[in-house]
Every structure is written in structure tokens, then in C-alpha cells.
Design a protein around this ligand. Structure first.
Ligand code: SF4
Length: 651
């Protein structure tokens, strides 16, 4: 690849690397970016990323808000001459990189860059299904028909087939679910549309690209299939860069575990029935087999223990003794379906993925019920009518070491929240990356001037029965001081509801409550409504950006320790204890410190933002471990007096 356009005129000093030359004052970046300011944190990070890619190293970087970390990894990746996968926490960040940062860098470099993005197959349209839907009655209701018409017209012109291009399509569009390109019903190379299939085109673009932008879900889905020595989703790559790397442990856990649910069985049954109609391999016998599968699956999932929510499944042996017949009936029903599909004469290609799904689901259920592998925690979640039986690796460090860090040449992990009290031991041990190089790239913000941290030290402990009333009164005072313009963030849904009921009538500002509308719609309303207040839980603690005065106060109810009765958290705690560690100091405090930093990180997004962070949990000042939280947060000004908060807003 050529050097950036602005760097060709005068030969640079030999001691400066390509990356340093790019970011230095009067370098390529400053010539293209009208508001360029050299940021030491950005330069330091970019140089470390360059060294990691060149020297085949592993690197962990905490890059505070405003560092400009995206360019600090994109530029060295582009200049490295290697194929680099960049994995982000969300599809929104993927799009931001591809549609905002890459075009900007193309202007700087003065040439097109070989960058593409890949998302999961469910994001793309299946041309064959769209054509089939035109001729067969698969759509129901006016809304589905209207959505389908939009999709059909768009399919004729889109180059990518990515649903994100259709801004008007509702998030949960049922028409989309009937025509998306998920692999379950894909005929692959035998499909008439294969050459012009959006999935084929996506893979072609990826095979020609230097940089492939994916999200963590797709990345770990790929890693999981590679581990099984099955096919791969991504082309081979030399290096990986994880943005929002604090989410890796949870996402990896999902893909290296097992899951079975009543919904998955129902979907399989529905897909086989629908495909047997469209591809004409239906029969009375197949109907009987599907009905039997549905019946025994219903019995099996009904008999699983547990109430609404997540709980450990410690009684698997007992369950098997009591319900052995139902369990073996279910396995037999899968076997019957699989052998029936296999024996169909002149079977269409679409049968193969259905056959594979029946076998995989059967294997998953057998593992979930019978496996004695102690490296997993076995648990059940009930959500409304859904029953999800799961096995999650207790410690993903070993899996990542074996299947990722040892196989990839270079890896960079970055996020605004990775360090605990300035150190990286927590993330290193959780992810199996001991010995990686580390860097804290400082934010250019003046936190002590821009933000005031207020701790309501006088409140009762969060576990006290008096807490809800006292915290509600405190929130009213804070919201009056900030004149609304606040996020009130909670660690539990129940506490949010209780406090919302008390506070919403006590203030004169408009109040929004999580759960009363889609997340993006609530956020949009918050941005557009003067003096608005939003009550929310964990999904608003990260990935939310509201720069400016509209968000001037972030209130957090308590230190965000993960619920110790959650089956996965509980298993990790026990595992650390059994290995001789101290789960509270080694796991629970560091995890909560990172979460607190994430939540408070919503407030200051630019150099001109200012506001108050309020914590309604006195344990941070009264317990010895509170110091770890203070040491992990940026250098905010600090007070325990409400009068300072009022003064701050009076300025
Ligand atoms: S190859 Fe698969 S995803 Fe692509 S159009 Fe054909 S059936 Fe649909």
C-alpha cells in the first residue's frame, strides 16, 4: 500500500516510523483533518500497536475517552501490510468504522483502501428466499406484506444485501426473519443464486481485503467452528484487534459453550415443515415425526427445574433418574427425524443443513444433560415461555490461550475500561493473556475541571430497608440541582422500578423509563427532550453517547457487583476459591470497578462536556476496598457535600 498522500514530499527522519510520521504535527493526519490536535495518548497507542503488529506481540491498551483510539489502531493496521481482523463490540461501531473512519482515511491516503466488513448471516437477505416468497404464500398480515415489498424492491439495487441499509425496516420485522440468509436453510453451492448471493459476495470481498471489520459475535462464532475443525467463516488472518475488549470474556463464553432451548426445537420443526412444502418432500410420516418431536420436547423442557430467571442446574443426575424416559424419547425423536431426512430420495440440498441441525441439537442436549466435564457450569434460564438449557466454560482463559493467542501472530485488545487501579492483572488472567505488553493511553480531557464525583456518604447501605426511600429523596435533590438532564442508572430492574415510582412524581422534568420503548427510540427521545431524565439498567451503562449539556449528570445507585447468585458468576467465584484465590479481590471487585468506570464514562464525551457523577453507595468511602474503585476512576474532583453539587451547576 502507498504511503499517506501528505507524507510523500519530504523524506522523514529515519528514526520515525510510518505511524509516528502519520500522527506527528504537520504529518498526514494534521494536513487532512481541519481540527487536528496532536494527542500524546493517541500517538503512544498507535506506536505500540505498530510495534505489536510488526513484532508479533500481544498488547493490551486502555485508551481513555477522547484518545482517538480508533485511528490509533486502524492506521498501524493499514500500514502493517498484513491481513488484520478488527473486532468490535457492536454492529453500530462496525458501521462507524467502515462508513466514517475508513472513508476519512481514504482521503488522507489518497487512494481506496482494501477494507470490508462482515456481519452474521442473519443481517443479509437471501435472494432465493425472496424469489420463493413471491410465488408462495409464506407471508402473513399486512405489515409483513408491506415490509416484504420494501425488501423486494431494495434487493434489486443493493450491492451488499445488508439490512442496515433499509432504515425504515422495524428491528423485529417478521418479514425479514422469513427471507434472511441464515445458514439453516441455505443450499450453498447448489443454490441457483450462489454466484450472486450476498453471502458469496461478502466472502469474496473479505478474501480480497487487508482489513476485515467484524463484531465479537461473528469473530467467536468463527473461532468456535475452527476449533471443531469444521469450515471457517472468516478468511485466514495474521492479527486481530479487539475494540471494546472488556466484552470478550462473556462473548467467548457464549460461543465455546452449549445451548439448547424449546425455541430451537420449535424453529427446527417449523423450518423442516416449511421446507418440505416448498421443496415437496413432505409426507404423512414426516408430519408424524415432527409432531412426536414437538410433543416430547414440550414434555422435556417442561420438566426442567427452575423459576423465571437464571439458575444453576446442579441436579442433573437426579433429573436424569426421574425423567430418563422423557429424555431418551427426545433423543430418539431427533434420531428418527435425522434418519428420515437422510433417506429421502432425490433430496434437495436444503435438507443437509436441516439434517445437521437435528444432529447438533441432539448432541447439545446430550452434552447438557450427561456431560461430566467440570470445566463447564450447567444452568437453566426461563424467560417467559422460553426455556434455555446452557453449559458455559467457567474459565475461558485456557480456551483462548489454546485456540486464539497461540494461533494468531499478533493481538491488540483495547477499550476505555480495561485497567483496575492502573493495572491489567485482572483482564490478563481472565483472558489468559499473561505477559502481554500493556499501556494506559491517557485521555486528553481535564477530568478534575470537567467532572465532579459526588458520593452520598450519609445514605444507609444499599442492603438496608431504609435505602430505597433515602436514595429516592437524594435523587430528587440531585435532579433539581442538575435541572434534569440526567441518566439514573441501576444495577437491578426491581430497584429501578421502585425508585422510579417514588421519584417520577417528585420532579418537574420529563422522565423516561427503560422497557417502555425500544432502546434506540428512548435514547433519541432523551436527546431531543430538554431537561429529560432517563431511568435505566445495564444496557445503558455502555455504548451510549450523549455529548453536550443534554446529559449533565449520571447517578448510579450502587457499586455494580455482578449478582453472586447468577450461575456463571457463582461458578467463577467457586472456581477461584478452589484454586486458592480470593474471589472478592481477584474477581468481584475488579469486575465491578470496570463496570463503574463504564457507567460513569457516559458523562464526559468531549473536551467541553462537564457534569456531576453521583454514587449513592457509601461502601466506596466506608469499606477498605472502596479505594480500588477510586484508583480505577479518572481524576474527577470529589465531594460528599450536596452544596458543592449545587454550586457546580450554578456556575
Ligand atoms: S446461497 Fe444460500 S443464502 Fe445465498 S441465495 Fe442461495 S439459499 Fe440464499
Amino acid at each position: 500500500m502507498a504511503s499517506p498522500a501528505g507524507m510523500r514530499k519530504s523524506p522523514p527522519p529515519p528514526e520515525w516510523s510510518a505511524v509516528t510520521r502519520f500522527f506527528r504535527p504537520n504529518g498526514a493526519l494534521s494536513r487532512t483533518h481541519p481540527a487536528f490536535e496532536s494527542r500524546p495518548g493517541q500517538v503512544a497507542m498507535a506506536e505500540e500497536v505498530e510495534r505489536a503488529l510488526e513484532g508479533n506481540r500481544k498488547l493490551i491498551v486502555e485508551a481513555g475517552t477522547g484518545t482517538g483510539k480508533t485511528l490509533a489502531y486502524l492506521v498501524p493496521a493499514l500500514l502493517s501490510g498484513r491481513r488484520v481482523v478488527i473486532s468490535t463490540g457492536t454492529k453500530a461501531l462496525q458501521e462507524q468504522l467502515y462508513f466514517r473512519d475508513v472513508p476519512f482515511l481514504e482521503r488522507v491516503f489518497g487512494e481506496p483502501l482494501r477494507v470490508c466488513y462482515m456481519k452474521g448471516r442473519g443481517n443479509y437477505a437471501c435472494r432465493q428466499k425472496i424469489y420463493d416468497a413471491e410465488n408462495m404464500p409464506v407471508l402473513s398480515g399486512l405489515e409483513e406484506v408491506a415490509d416484504f415489498q420494501v425488501i423486494r424492491d431494495w434487493e434489486k439495487t443493493t450491492e451488499t444485501g445488508d439490512r442496515a441499509e433499509i432504515r425504515t425496516l422495524p428491528e423485529g420485522s417478521t418479514a425479514w426473519a422469513k427471507i434472511d440468509a441464515r445458514s439453516e436453510l441455505c443450499a450453498g453451492q447448489k443454490c441457483k443464486q450462489f454466484e450472486r448471493c450476498f453471502i458469496t459476495l461478502m466472502h469474496q470481498r473479505a478474501s480480497e481485503a487487508d482489513i476485515i471489520i467484524v463484531n465479537h459475535h461473528l469473530f467467536f462464532a468463527d473461532l468456535a467452528v475452527r476449533r471443531e475443525d469444521q469450515a471457517k467463516i472468516l478468511p485466514d488472518y495474521n492479527a486481530v484487534i479487539f475494540d471494546e475488549a472488556h466484552e470478550i470474556e462473556d462473548t467467548a463464553g457464549q460461543y465455546f459453550g452449549f445451548i439448547a432451548s424449546n425455541y430451537r426445537v420449535q424453529e427446527l420443526r417449523r423450518d423442516v415443515a416449511a421446507m418440505s412444502r416448498t421443496r415437496k418432500f413432505g409426507s404423512e410420516e414426516l408430519d408424524r415425526i415432527l409432531t412426536r418431536l414437538e410433543e416430547v420436547a414440550l414434555q422435556f423442557f417442561d420438566k426442567l427445574p427452575g423459576a423465571e430467571g437464571r439458575g444453576s442446574f446442579l441436579s442433573r443426575g437426579e433429573f436424569l433418574d426421574q425423567h430418563h424416559e422423557t429424555y431418551t424419547d427426545l433423543l430418539a425423536a431427533f434420531d428418527l427425524l435425522a434418519s428420515h431426512l437422510k433417506l429421502i430420495q432425490d433430496a434437495p440440498q436444503e435438507i443437509i443443513p436441516l439434517f445437521r441441525r437435528a444432529l447438533e441439537l441432539r448432541q447439545a442436549i446430550q452434552f447438557l444433560i450427561e456431560s461430566e466435564d467440570q470445566r463447564f457450569v450447567y444452568w437453566i434460564e426461563r424467560r417467559g415461555r422460553g426455556v434455555f438449557l446452557q453449559a458455559t466454560p467457567i474459565d475461558v482463559a485456557e480456551v483462548l490461550r489454546e485456540h486464539l493467542w497461540n494461533r494468531v501472530d499478533a493481538a491488540v485488545l483495547t477499550s476505555a475500561t480495561l485497567a483496575v487501579a492502573g493495572g491489567f492483572e485482572f483482564v490478563e488472567s481472565r483472558l489468559g493473556l499473561e505477559g502481554a505488553r500493556t499501556l494506559v493511553a491517557p485521555s486528553p480531557f481535564e477530568y478534575d475541571r470537567q467532572a465532579l464525583l459526588y458520593v452520598a456518604d450519609h445514605l444507609p447501605q444499599p442492603s438496608s430497608p431504609a435505602y430505597v426511600k433515602a436514595a429516592s429523596e437524594e435523587i430528587v435533590k440531585l435532579l433539581n440541582a442538575s435541572r434534569g438532564r440526567a441518566f439514573v442508572l441501576f444495577t437491578s430492574y426491581q430497584q429501578m422500578r421502585q425508585i422510579y415510582d417514588r421519584v417520577s412524581f417528585g420532579i418537574e422534568y420529563p422522565v423516561l423509563l427503560q422497557g417502555t420503548g425500544p432502546r434506540m427510540a428512548l435514547l433519541e427521545e432523551f436527546r431531543e427532550t430538554p431537561h429529560c431524565v432517563l431511568f435505566a439498567t445495564s444496557s445503558f451503562w455502555q455504548g451510549v453517547d450523549v455529548p453536550g449539556e443534554q446529559l449533565s449528570c449520571v447517578i448510579i445507585d450502587k457499586l455494580p457487583f455482578a449478582a453472586p447468585n447468577d450461575p456463571v458468576v457463582d461458578a467463577r467465584i467457586r472456581n477461584i476459591r478452589e484454586s486458592g484465590g480470593n474471589p472478592f479481590y481477584d474477581y468481584q471487585i475488579p469486575q465491578a470497578a470496570i463496570a463503574l468506570k463504564q457507567g460513569f464514562g457516559r458523562l464526559i464525551r468531549t473536551r467541553s462536556d462537564r457534569g456531576v457523577l453521583a454514587l449513592l453507595d457509601s461502601r466506596i468511602t466506608r469499606q477498605r476496598y472502596g479505594q480500588v474503585f477510586f484508583d480505577s476512576l479518572p481524576d474527577y474532583s470529589f465531594t460528599m457535600n450536596m452544596s458543592d453539587v449545587e454550586k457546580f451547576f450554578d456556575v
